[in-house]
Design a binder for this molecule. Structure first.
Ligand SMILES: *Cc1c(COP(=O)(O)O)cnc(C)c1O
Length: 414
């Protein structure tokens, strides 16, 4: 029996929560930015640390009674340092976008030039999208992926950097399936005197799990969300070289935020502790093996994956050779119990609200314990569902098969 007190105290919320629990348990989650946190992380999020106000930093708070908040924040910081080898860590950012805002506030001025990955080529809203604060305040110039290969061309990045002389070079993505050449980014930044900023929101868990290379040794500043592959609570953190520490801390508080969410900080400490265990390396390895298996099965069946494969947890499927657009695919797959997100593809001819692709990721299904065989099965269901996108009976039949597979892989709840 889950959430017994809510059930007793608030029937309305209880009903909604139970429906969501069933949705999460019975469906296959392929949204690349999602995951299932452990019961320990869930307990910390529901803990009495949510009662506390603690503006400021350890030993320098603006409220009384913060000795244990200090303990838990210090623990989260020391575990994060151990996990990523960072010189300085701030665990207070409430989410990824505010963390990125704090980085810009700490290091550049409105109107300054920043070089980042083009949004519809895999970048993030907070990397200079015109509707986002980042695009409104800063002068973003962008590098792209090559049309033929779907991969970032570092010679082009260098060319643009030499021409544009940006104050900052940003490397990071929400929808790119290849490894970044961190070292080369750093060399290019040094040539033009730019600050290096990596946003590893998507791949932090794969880096923590020692499966892909880390930018932390090379880059001045690295941000990450804590809730994607890193499998912690919703939130973020900023890692940086010592010389940026004071400015970053000041930009987070009092620059951007008031009180940190201490229940989240406790949950971050727990998640970092989990990520330090050898099992987490096995998890990260399996996430990638699963993504490779899913990409392979889709490609064998005529689907086009941007860059023809993946080195990480995600892939962007170009549906244009399937006579489909992303939104109809997303809707049909949802009816079949498979959760995905529509996605732009590089050089998309369709508009962002109805782009030509879908993005698939394996962090959540891997947490449930699924392996390559299940990935190939899921790929087959995807293919079948898309072929029968207008046949609700067929989609419902797939949904029942999905449900019985999921019954064997319970999600963590208390
Ligand atoms: C998800 C993501 C973020 C933002 O995270 P929120 O917590 O949703 O604000 C920032 N950068 C990148 C690259 C992301 O993928």
């Amino acid at each position: 029996m889950e959430y017994t007190t809510i059930k007793k105290e608030d029937a309305e919320v209880s009903k909604i929560l139970e429906a969501e629990r069933v949705r999460q348990q019975e469906g296959i989650e392929l949204i690349a930015s999602e995951n299932y946190v452990s019961v320990a992380v869930q307990e910390a999020l529901g803990s009495i640390f949510t009662n506390k106000y603690s503006e400021g930093y350890s030993g320098k708070r603006y409220y009384a009674g913060n000795e244990f908040v200090d303990d838990v924040e210090n623990l989260a910081i020391s575990r994060a340092k151990e996990l990523f080898g960072a010189e300085h860590v701030n665990v207070q950012p409430l989410s990824g976008s505010p963390a990125n805002a704090a980085v810009y506030f700490a290091t550049v001025k409105p109107g300054d030039k920043i070089l980042g990955l083009k949004l519809d080529h895999g970048g993030h809203l907070s990397h200079g999208h015109p509707v986002n604060f980042s695009g409104m305040l800063y002068d973003f110039v962008q590098y792209t992926v090559k049309k033929e290969t779907g991969e970032i061309d570092m010679d082009e990045v260098r060319e643009i950097a030499l021409r544009e002389k940006p104050k900052m070079i940003l490397a990071g993505f929400s929808a790119y399936s290849r490894n970044m050449d961190w070292k080369r980014f750093k060399e290019i930044a040094d040539e033009v005197g730019a600050i290096t900023f990596a946003d590893i929101a998507h791949i932090a868990g794969l880096i923590a799990g020692k499966q892909i290379e880390s930018p932390v040794p090379y880059f001045d500043i690295v941000t990450t969300t804590t809730h994607k592959t890193l499998r912690g609570p919703r939130g973020a953190m900023i890692m940086c070289k010592e010389k940026f520490a004071k400015d970053i801390d000041r930009a987070v508080f009092p620059g951007m935020q008031g009180g940190p969410h201490d229940n989240n900080t406790a949950a971050k400490a727990i998640a970092f502790g989990e990520a330090l265990k050898p099992e987490f390396q096995a998890y990260a390895k399996q996430v990638i093996l699963n993504a490779k298996a899913m990409a392979d099965e889709l490609m064998k069946n005529g689907f086009k994956i941007i860059s023809d494969g993946t080195d990480n947890h995600l892939m962007v499927v170009d549906l244009s050779n399937q006579g489909l657009v992303g939104k109809e695919a997303e809707v049909a797959l949802d009816k079949a119990g498979i959760s995905t997100s529509r996605s732009t593809i590089p050089y998309d001819i369709n508009p962002p609200m109805n782009p030509s692709g879908i993005r698939l990721g394996t962090p959540a299904v891997t947490t449930r314990g699924m392996k390559e065989a299940e990935m190939r099965q899921i790929a087959q269901w995807i293919i079948e569902a898309l072929k029968n996108k207008d046949d609700d009976n067929k989609l419902e039949a797939i949904r029942q098969e999905v449900k019985s597979l999921c019954a064997k892989y319970p999600i963590p709840t208390f």
